[in-house]
Ligand binder design. Structure first.
Ligand SMILES: Cc1cc2nc3c(=O)[nH]c(=O)nc-3n(C[C@H](O)[C@H](O)[C@H](O)COP(=O)(O)O)c2cc1C
Length: 282
């Protein structure tokens, strides 16, 4: 576990505030008080220091027990709920952005070849991974209205080197997967997607789902019917472009039976928005 903690300047001169990241979790603490006390009192009051201690304790406990909580919640097999760290994603590549945009198209025919764990790692990172920009405070590879991040990404893996077939949940903060359910669901998923059988032929599919309340809580109906879907579109395009850069192909599949997809993926929260089968183009 990383124990790196850092403070970073976020905003304007008039109302400065800071973000605190701990263990690369998306926990944020508004620290406008720090500036005020440092400038006016030259020291921090005990009350504020106490707040910080409580924050770090919660962040530490939360990150340390997450694996255990998942296992308890699933009550499943030995691997289910365990956190599987993904290889570090590359932040530089050999295909230019212009080339990737120019070559992007939907791919629906896949070779019977497995994906590597590095490829899966890179695709999930591009889709929804963590970034850190100390100037803008951006924390993900895609923009999200209000920084509320209503999307949850899943991987339905069937033929991935180093990954047992199953349904995985992507943890952006840890750049890791948790196995939610064992077994190859690709055929079931293809049936749920109204018989689009290329989903069963692709070695894996990324599923973008949304917990609407996260955005609707702040933006109401506008958030629900517009912003969440805009977020998803941005994340999906990242997958398209990353696939091109890796010599892979994908397609956004939006035509499916919502309830059947939820059942196949055992989704206990959120709504599936699109299924993106990925593999080597035929
Ligand atoms: C919201 C959305 C839903 C889509 N649903 C499907 C689908 O269910 N099945 C499919 O084969 N393609 C689907 N597509 C892919 C489009 O058919 C495709 O993007 C379009 O034909 C343009 O082709 P191109 O992506 O190769 O440029 C979808 C695309 C979007 C953006």
């Amino acid at each position: 576990m990383k124990t790196k903690a850092h403070l970073s300047r976020k905003s304007s001169e008039i109302t400065p505030f800071y973000f605190i990241y701990f263990n690369e979790m998306a926990l944020r603490l508004d620290c406008a008080e720090v500036i005020w006390y440092a400038q006016n009192e030259g020291a921090l009051p005990l009350r504020f220091l106490l707040k910080l201690v409580i924050f770090f304790c919660i962040a530490f406990i939360f990150s340390g027990t997450r694996a255990g909580l998942f296992v308890a919640a699933q009550g499943g097999g030995e691997m289910e709920g365990k956190i599987i760290k993904l290889p570090e994603p590359a932040h530089k590549g050999s295909v230019s952005l212009e080339e990737a945009i120019n070559r992007r198209h939907s791919v629906r025919e896949f070779r019977k070849e497995e994906l590597t764990l590095n490829e899966v790692s890179q695709l999930l990172w591009a889709c929804a991974g963590r970034t850190f920009d100390s100037v803008t405070g951006a924390t993900r590879t895609y923009p999200s209205a209000g920084g509320l991040y209503p999307l949850e990404m899943y991987l339905a893996a069937g033929d991935v080197d180093g990954l047992a077939a199953g349904i995985y949940h992507y943890l952006a903060g840890e750049h890791a997967l948790t196995l939610e359910h064992s077994g190859d669901v690709r055929r079931e998923l293809a049936h749920a997607a109204l018989g689009q059988f290329f989903i069963a032929e692709a070695p894996a599919s990324i599923v973008i789902s949304a917990v609407y309340e996260r955005t609707a809580m702040r933006y109401g109906e506008r958030g629900r019917i517009r912003y969440v879907h805009m977020d998803a579109g941005h994340a999906a395009q990242n997958v398209y472009l990353q696939a091109v850069a890796l010599g892979l192909g994908t397609v956004t599949v939006g035509a499916f039976d919502d309830e059947r997809v939820k059942k196949v993926l055992r989704l206990t929260r959120g709504e599936p928005l699109c299924i993106m089968p990925v593999g080597k183009p035929r």
